[in-house]
Design a protein around this ligand. Structure first.
Ligand code: HMG
Length: 442
């Protein structure tokens, strides 16, 4: 077994090329107060695919830029794992479609790469990372790297409360030995239970019990954190430079971070500082049952949210991970990976020296399962993350009017026959030509 560090060497992000402004465009059309979206959910805009974009083209565009940036060709890649919950083919994995696109721009093909598709709602992006990690740690990679692509069009039925949280985009990650960005930990924790609050049985748009889904997310994350601590040992708030969590919308992470902090701060000096600030006795119990967990949502935890001690911790470790998500919405399988990229990008731009520091990464998928592990930031992290042009790409999106948004939403609705013109012109990227053949270069 290899003793070398294994983790994410580099990543690329491809956003859908259209943008829906939630405060300026969506809220007025719905006759809602913009504050519900910008303050309540913490979202300002969503990404949408134009009519020539889908999960394959977005994934292929992200992967191609990643391979080109690292000077790699198909022969360097030993497996392609695609995570998605927007798949259109129950037999042939999306990775074969993406490989087919990439093969059009290389003289080689991916003939000796193992290709697959992973499904477990949003958490499958992280499960694909695990598969790649295990493959390399088992010494089966023959010096080759793995390509992991998390790609989704996260659309809801129009009128569903989830509509404001939509998004579309792909994250491509290169997994290798001696990675430049982060090393993954062997320590992991899980919280997993059969749940039916968010599901898509043979349907494109999800059936969602939104309020319950929030509680299920919190419960599974709590269990995963406790399971993680059972292998990694008790954690302390200062153990982690950044805490990227699955971000269906930033307000969700605001709730999860508060409970997570409440748990890891127990029995540390933080608890005394908090108690002093709030003017109460410190509470030291762990969340070892659901009742205690529900209690923790009450008064005491609400008071913690207003303390300087908590706000300072949150501003440094959580807030930076939400920056990109505020402007792109939920990308399902890509979401936690966007959060990691966001945190590292903000830290690099702020000149933070994070080599050797840790991330506490919390992934979640409805259905439902949460997973927590840590990652160690590598010496080459700042250059690796600065190579991402994601902020420019988000800024360059075409701004949708509400009427255009409805037409584009219909164009991506599998149950509607539509003939909608593209709103933008692709620029040398893979496009969907309407006949199931992907990857024509324009
Ligand atoms: P809603 O019911 O329309 O919104 O949808 P609300 O009325 O609950 O308001 C949301 C928040 O905004 C509330 O704050 C309001 O108080 C606040 P909170 O009480 O939660 O702290 N608010 C305002 N704030 C300031 N100014 C105002 C104002 N008005 C209201 N004027 C819901 C919310 C989450 C239910 C909806 O967006 C939804 O159904 N989303 C889809 C499901 C989802 O994202 N669930 C998250 C957990 S499950 C998950 O993450 C998995 C997932 O990614 C799928 C997968 O794994 O594949 C979804």
């Amino acid at each position: 077994m290899s003793e070398k560090a294994v983790g994410i060497d580099a990543m690329e992000i491809h956003t859908g090329t259209l943008r829906l402004d939630l405060a300026e465009t969506y809220a007025p059309a719905k006759d809602d107060d913009p504050g519900k979206y910008t303050k309540g959910l913490g979202l300002f805009a969503s990404s949408f695919p134009d009519v020539y974009e889908d999960i394959v083209t977005m994934g292929a565009n992200a992967a191609r830029r990643l391979l080109e940036r690292r000077g790699l060709t198909p022969a360097d890649i030993g497996r392609i794992d695609v995570a998605t919950e927007s798949s259109f083919d129950n037999s042939k994995p999306v990775s074969t479609y993406i490989a087919g696109c990439l093969e059009q721009v290389y003289d080689e093909d991916f003939h000796h790469a193992n290709k697959g598709e992973r499904k477990f709602a949003c958490i499958s992006g992280t499960q694909s990372l695990d598969d790649a990690y295990n493959w390399i740690r088992a010494g089966r990679n023959r010096g080759r790297k793995a390509l992991v692509v998390a790609t989704d069009t996260a659309l809801y039925e129009r009128g569903d409360p989830g509509e404001a949280t939509q998004g579309a985009g792909a994250v491509a990650m290169l997994i290798s030995e001696d990675p430049d960005l982060v090393e993954l930990s062997t320590a992991q924790g899980y919280g997993s239970a059969d749940e039916t609050d968010f599901l898509k049985p043979n349907q494109q748009f999800p059936s969602v019990d939104g309020k319950r889904s929030v509680q299920v997310y919190l419960a599974r994350m709590r269990e995963a954190l406790m399971d993680y601590e059972s292998v990694a040992g008790d954690t302390h708030p200062d153990d982690f430079a950044l805490v990227p969590f699955h971000t269906p919308f930033p307000g969700m992470v605001r709730k999860a971070a508060l409970l997570g902090f409440r748990h890891v701060a127990r029995d540390t000096e933080y608890e005394d500082r908090l108690a002093e600030e709030i003017g109460r006795q410190p509470r030291r119990e762990a969340f070892d049952d659901v009742g205690a967990f529900q209690d923790a949502l009450s008064e005491y935890t609400d008071a913690l949210a207003e303390t300087d001690v908590y706000r300072d911790w949150y501003a440094e470790t959580v807030e930076p991970t939400l920056e990109l998500s505020r402007y792109c919405g939920n990308w399902y399988t890509g979401s936690v990976h966007v959060a990691r990229a966001s945190g590292l990008l903000e830290a690099a731009e702020a000149g933070r020296d994070l080599a050797g520091a840790r991330l506490l990464v919390g992934s979640y998928g409805s259905g439902a399962q949460a997973e927590i592990h840590h990652e160690t930031i590598q010496p080459g992290w700042a250059d690796s993350i600065r190579a991402l042009a994601v902020k420019d790409r988000l800024r360059d999106r075409y701004d949708l009017s509400f009427e255009e948004y409805e037409r584009i939403h219909d164009a991506h609705n599998h149950e509607k026959e539509t003939d909608v013109d593209a709103l933008t012109t692709p620029d040398g990227e893979f496009v969907f030509d309407g006949w199931g053949r992907m990857g024509e270069r324009k």
